[in-house]
Unconditional design. Structure first.
Length: 501
């Protein structure tokens, strides 16, 4: 019996040894870095999410050196970064396929300068350097010169030639066995999707002002590229354009399902609609990363559906707790949403007035008639617009300027949901002192006509004279310092006759 127990013990030891995970050792030098410089090391299974991981922190010794190890149970992407007063140290993401020793020397990038290529010694080092060189060159590619705008039918063949040219050195490295197969596949995917993404952007720009026959040709070229770089590739997030590539297709998904989308917005379920449609067309391996990035990017909306969607995400992908966005949504976003809806004090903050609770405002003239005889500053915004919300941090200076110059303030909100109670919570949250109108279709169409447009980019700032005429249709941002105030000052110094009904 003792002999049997001993055999079992030995077998367990052998099993443990055999199932051990290999590790890569990294020896890093930050040139001319001070002792104790904090360095952040990000490690991920997917290239496109690497800088969103929760990093480990290391500190340099007196020679600017430090070391760490990474478990290589599968290929990993490693990013090394350090911020200093004079610049940044960055390895750019390194794709590691095997347990190996890597020596890496990273130079300081002064602020505003191009990132130098790090010195790398280890498996696939020449391939990594070549891929970094491609990324640097890609940043300066002029696709208007690469593609002939008079020869749309040649776009795909030119794209194919560009891919082959960009891969030439990497192909040669693979042939002479200086890089292994996993790295070669990663590099091929990275180059192909990078170039496909920017080529598709070029095609979209070309399609706007062409006749139907040439648009048909462009659509055929677009489809050929999508067949070459499909949206459902399980390794899409092993490229640097995964999120952007997916989001190119969202307008098309919305257009194909417009009635369903509009109905979802009215019910404050827009995120549920988008993620549901995206989930149908991308691979689960990709969805686990995109869904998290999408939820974080929409968190400013403070939608209750974010909580429902995140709870489902936790059930589906409980292993992704090391992604920063996972922790941010769990520990910051959801508590903020809960606090937003728990505010049940009722009523509006002092100085906040809603003009259209009892009578709908359906035209521009009706809106500005409330302020006849005065200059009026109009802020067109929406609770789902991150740029609009960012500008609210400059409201103190803005309101001081408006008050000093006796200029009234009207906010027109382009909400997608008719939920007025929720809308008023936003007015209180951002303390938007002034008058308010919640947009409706009649008012929106009339604004389009008055402004001579078919859509509104927001935030948008407008100045109206005492006659009700728009004298500034696209003002500078409050964050632009005195630029907006100078624009207004130059206009209000001009004498204006009394208000004309």
């Amino acid at each position: 019996m003792k002999k049997l127990n001993f055999l079992i013990f030995v077998s367990l030891l052998l099993l443990s040894a055999c199932s051990g995970v290999d590790k890569s050792d990294f020896f890093v030098e930050l040139t001319h870095a001070k002792k104790g410089t904090p360095v952040y090391v990000y490690v991920s299974d997917a290239y496109g999410i690497t800088d969103k991981m929760i990093p480990d922190t290391f500190y340099t010794d007196k020679k600017g050196k430090f070391s760490f190890e990474v478990e290589i149970d599968k290929p990993k992407t490693v990013l090394i970064m350090a911020e200093t007063e004079t610049g940044t140290y960055s390895s750019t993401p390194l794709f590691i396929t095997e347990a190996e020793k890597y020596n890496i020397a990273i130079e300081l990038t002064p602020k505003g300068k191009e990132t130098p290529i790090p010195l790398i010694e280890g498996e696939n080092n020449m391939g990594m350097i070549e891929l970094i060189r491609f990324r640097n060159e890609k940043a300066f590619m002029d696709y208007n010169k690469i593609y002939d705008s008079t020869q749309h039918q040649t776009i795909f063949s030119n794209f194919d030639a560009l891919v082959r040219k960009s891969m030439a050195t990497i192909d040669q490295l693979y042939k002479v066995k200086r890089i292994d197969e996993p790295f070669y596949e990663f590099a091929s995917r990275s180059v192909e999707y990078d170039l496909a993404y920017h080529t598709l952007l070029y095609i979209e720009q070309q399609m706007g002002n062409l006749d139907s026959l040439r648009n048909k040709t462009l659509m055929e070229q677009k489809n050929l590229i999508i067949q070459r770089a499909p949206l459902n590739n399980p390794d899409l997030y092993q490229t640097s354009v995964g999120k952007d590539y997916i989001e190119m297709f969202i307008p098309e998904l919305i257009q194909k399902n417009k009635p369903e989308y509009d109905e979802s917005l009215k019910k404050s379920l827009g995120q549920t609609f988008i993620l549901g449609k995206i989930k149908e067309v991308i691979h689960k391996n990709v969805y686990q990363y995109y869904a998290l990035e999408y939820l974080k990017s929409k968190s400013i909306r403070l939608d209750q559906e974010t909580i429902t969607l995140f709870n489902q995400y936790v059930k589906d992908f409980p292993e992704n707790t090391k992604i920063q966005y996972f922790q941010e949504i769990k520990n910051k976003v959801i508590p903020d949403i809960q606090a937003f809806y728990a505010d049940g004090k009722g009523g509006l903050n002092p100085g906040i007035t809603v003009l259209d609770d009892s009578l709908q405002v359906t035209s521009y003239r009706q809106a500005v008639s409330h302020f006849k005889g005065n200059y009026l500053f109009i802020d067109i915004w929406a609770s789902w617009c991150p740029d609009c919300i960012k500008e609210f941090q400059y409201n103190s200076e803005l309101k001081s300027f408006l008050k000093k110059n006796d200029i009234a303030c009207l906010y027109i909100s382009l909400e997608r949901s008719p939920d007025r109670a929720k809308w008023k919570k936003y007015l209180n949250k951002y303390n938007l002192v002034g008058s308010h109108i919640l947009i409706n279709d009649l008012l929106k169409n009339d604004l389009y006509q008055v402004l001579g447009t078919t859509s509104l980019w927001i935030p948008r700032y407008i100045l109206v004279d005492p006659n009700g005429n728009i004298v500034l249709s696209e003002g500078a941002l409050p964050s632009d310092g005195t630029k907006l105030y100078d624009q207004i000052n130059n206009l209000i110094t001009i004498p204006i006759p009394s208000f004309i009904d």
